[in-house]
Design a protein around this ligand. Structure first.
Ligand code: ASP
Length: 313
């Protein structure tokens, strides 16, 4: 069997989504949004474009879609701001770029890529990252672009439940998921990964999750795999999820599914939940998650094209 010449996988967050809590119409909307992003990335790859361009193309659409917790529709911090994190990595040479805590950059994944390609650094934060974005002439957006009534409602709900006795450490899984990501293998055998998020509803004190941390929420290495993660960021950082999966494949020779299932199992043992998408040099596009659902999709040159929400599909 010959390997597909290209493949791509995307996610729009993992969580406690259940069929009975989503109307048919909502499910159809999510599936359509995922398919649009998947097709955008696929078109880049089918046309001979790079894995990096495919990952960026898919993520920009998910960032612009208010359903997902990235770019427009990002969750609110405790203070009522949308603070965005993103990262991208090129499997060819393990160049990487990331940004955290930005509030004015319309597409944080583009900022991450600019950090990788046009700065001597890997990871920029807050005001400095914003200044760099302006210097790079990346598109800006005001708070009204990112804010949505549903995310504001979720923040109010979180605050009410914290006041009712949950305490400031109380978070609800239903209020925190929706991070987006993409991984791809291009026709010349290069891998790339990207991840973008608003983080957790009600996050405080400049909290940073796994999504912009290279190795935790995002990793790509042509020798092994490309990974984008979503889930309980604090645990994903401690497990160094994305890099661990690639390392297991590289050094232990595990398949993407075996490596990803193992590492997500470790996340679960530490009390974390979430999932990953993995692209490998053999053309496989793999999912692993320990939640009831993960918004996801995958496609390849052999004609595979699927989107899914719940674990049992
Ligand atoms: N991993 C993200 C974070 O901790 C959240 C998520 O994926 O839902 O910021």
């Amino acid at each position: 069997m010959t390997s597909p010449q290209w493949s791509i996988a995307i996610h729009g967050g993992a969580g406690t989504m259940a069929r009975e809590r989503m109307s048919d119409e909502q499910q159809a909307e999510y599936r359509a949004a995922l398919a649009t992003a998947l097709d955008a990335g696929s078109a880049v790859l089918a046309g001979g474009g790079s894995a990096l361009d495919a990952v960026e193309a898919a993520i920009v659409l998910l960032e612009d879609d208010p359903r997902f917790n990235a770019g427009r529709g990002a969750v609110f911090t405790y203070e009522g701001v949308n603070e965005l994190d993103a990262s991208i990595m090129d499997g060819r040479d393990r160049l990487a770029g990331a940004a955290t805590g930005v509030t004015t950059v319309k597409n944080p994944i583009r900022l991450a890529r600019a950090v990788m390609e046009h700065s001597p650094h890997v990871f920029l934060s807050r005001e400095g990252a914003e200044t760099f974005a302006r210097e790079q002439e990346l598109e800006q957006a005001g708070p009204e672009w990112f804010a949505t009534p549903e995310r504001r409602r979720q923040l109010e709900e979180l605050k009410a439940r914290q006041t009712e006795g949950g305490g400031l450490g109380w978070f609800d899984a239903d209020l925190k998921y929706g991070t987006v990501g993409a991984v791809a293998l291009d026709q010349v055998g290069h891998l790339a990964a990207g991840t973008s998020t608003g983080g957790l509803t009600g996050k405080r004190w400049g909290r940073i999750g796994d999504s912009p941390i290279i190795g935790a929420g995002n990793y790509a290495d042509d020798r092994s795999c490309a990974v984008s993660a979503t889930g309980a960021g604090e645990v994903f950082i401690r497990v160094n999820v994305a890099a661990q999966i690639c390392t297991r494949m590289h050094l232990l020779g595990e398949s993407a599914q075996v490596a990803a299932d193992h590492v997500i199992g470790e996340v679960g043992q530490l009390g974390g939940d979430g999932g990953v998408i993995v692209a490998a040099p053999d053309g496989s596009a793999t999912f692993s998650f320990n939640t009831p659902g993960m918004y996801r999709g995958r496609a390849d040159a052999g004609g595979l094209r699927e989107v899914a929400i719940f674990a049992d599909e």
